[in-house]
Design a protein around this ligand. Sequence first.
Ligand code: UT7
Length: 331
Amino acid sequence: MTKIRAAITGVGGYVPDYILTNQELETMVETSDEWITSRTGIKERRILKGENQGVSVLGIAAVNNMLAKTKIDPKEIDCVIFATVTADMTFPATANIVATAVGAVNAFSFDMGAACSGFIYALTTGASFIQSGMYKKVVVIGGDKMSAIMDYTDRSTCIIFGDGAGCVLLEPTTEDVGVIDAELKSDGAGETYLHMKAGGSRMPASQESIDKRLHYVYQEGSAVFKFAVTNMADVAAQITARNNLTPENIAWLVPHQANKRIIDATAHRVGITEDKVMMNIERYGNTTGGTIPLLLWDYEKQLKKGDNLLLAAFGGGFTWGAVYLKWAYNS
Ligand code: UT7
């Protein structure tokens, strides 16, 4: 029987207009453009401003961008998965809101919460639906409105994050392209170092939780940094080795954009030179679920059918992983 693979057949993306520069952050917390640039590689990030603007706004715009390019009928979409930790509401799922707004009226939809690894978790899940033969068109979105959960008095955390979303369309193929391998990992011990304490069922919102600023991201940056460097590089090396990938036959490393130093360490570990590393951290910062699909969106025109892509991510949970795929089309 011919093997069915899930191919990425379209990409969409969206970042909001407002640009929060390092210079503006200098007026908000005690920091400097020099410190942020040298420690993270970030120059600016996008912020979604305005009342009643949830992450669905970013997801809807990203999917509409993909629909305009691929010209598929949204009624043909079977499933929408939204990887996010900043859902519009605890429920319903933001994926439900996005699916209805873009006209994917025949799709079932759900959110996936794996923080910065959310997109590769969701991509692997969507690809499995396609490979099983059950579904023919799956939209995988990754995106976050991190500004909604950012403490803009915490200089070690607020300088990293931004808002944005990207998406891909997955369709079946019998050609030698598409998602080939994935390795996904998690470790709940990571809760200590990266979490948002209040607002969930363990600590519902109260005056005290607000007064103590517990509805914001808490991150022990240097501890997370050490786990990220080791684990993202390890999993990338693992998937590289078992698929006989080499620095020569990998066309692009597509790494989660948390810190340029983590990206450099991962590239170094698998022997990939900087010209083959997708990077847009300087413009968007860390958009959590959004980083990897926003890279594909930014680099789409440079990608060629048959290119070997190595996706890798690390984030809250801890969660981490890598995906190996062959690009399926020329733009
Ligand atoms: O994507 C999800 C997963 N998250 C990550 O992968 C993030 C991983 N962590 C990081 O990227 C880095 O740890 C940070 C960028 C968050 C922080 O960089 P760092 O090099 O680890 O700095 P640090 O937290 O160890 O702090 C070093 C110094 C401290 O000062 P002292 O104690 O040495 O005097 C901080 O107070 O830098 C200080 N500092 C700052 N100074 C100027 C921390 N943040 C800032 C800042 N501006 N924004």
